[in-house]
Design a protein around this ligand. Sequence first.
Ligand code: SAM
Length: 269
Amino acid sequence: MTEVKGATVAAQQGKRARGSSRVRNAVLWDALRRVLDRIAPEGPSDVVDVGGGTGGFAVPLAELGHRVTVVDASPDALAALERRADEAGVTVRAVQGDAVDLPDLLGEGAADLVLCHSVLEYVDDPAAAMAALTTTVRPGGSVSVLVAGQVAAVLHRAVAGHFDEALRVLDDPAGRFGDGDRMPRRFTRETLSELVASAGLTVGELHGVRIFADLVPSGLIDAEQTGAAGRSHGGETRAAEALIALESAAAVHPILRELATQLHVLAHN
Ligand SMILES: C[S@@+](CC[C@H](N)C(=O)[O-])C[C@H]1O[C@@H](n2cnc3c(N)ncnc32)[C@H](O)[C@@H]1O
């Protein structure tokens, strides 16, 4: 059996994801490493990735030896996931279905860790989906929820010069800037925490993900695009490394984290 050490998650993910995608996901992978270390320090965990899509999280977790199931509504996404898993030489169980049907699809208490990343923005009923996540996680297990941040959308619309839309995002209970907004809803720290707590989970750490990374030119942080200038000996730009350090520190800052493009909460059963 593949030895699983949570401490290697970030390192392996670091080798895989170069440049800006590594910067964008560093805070998340650090959080996942810590929670996997806590749940099962010596061995693999059962992980269910709800709305796991093409396997951006599921496949690296399977490569680390975890038993990973992806439940997703999209057959196309699951087909892409299976190709990605094949290429990586790992097995990921793919189940087509809706998040709210998790208890029927997998049974109660199927997972030590449930991921639900960038999905609650789109589901018909976020409270029903959260309740299904709670049923799926075992006692002592954790749920990792990642959602789009409403405050960041205000900032991003304003910085782009769309001041009317920025005002609408600020005022709209769903955090949308109008009919042209493809995101059905966004969350604040309060609305996310309420959603998680209402499902019966204990709200743990809250992180801001991508506080600065989406505000700076990608060329500054993507080593593969910037060429030799500014590269460290490890192949990453010094700017990227400095930005990861800044994002990590700011992720738990009580004010800065609320400005993040995505809000991440670790909830516990
Ligand atoms: C933005 S993608 C996120 C993919 C992945 N979680 C990630 O973070 O890279 C949203 C995914 O959620 C899936 N999805 C949307 N609504 C769903 C639902 N009600 N039940 C299950 N999956 C759903 C979509 O098919 C899609 O694969």
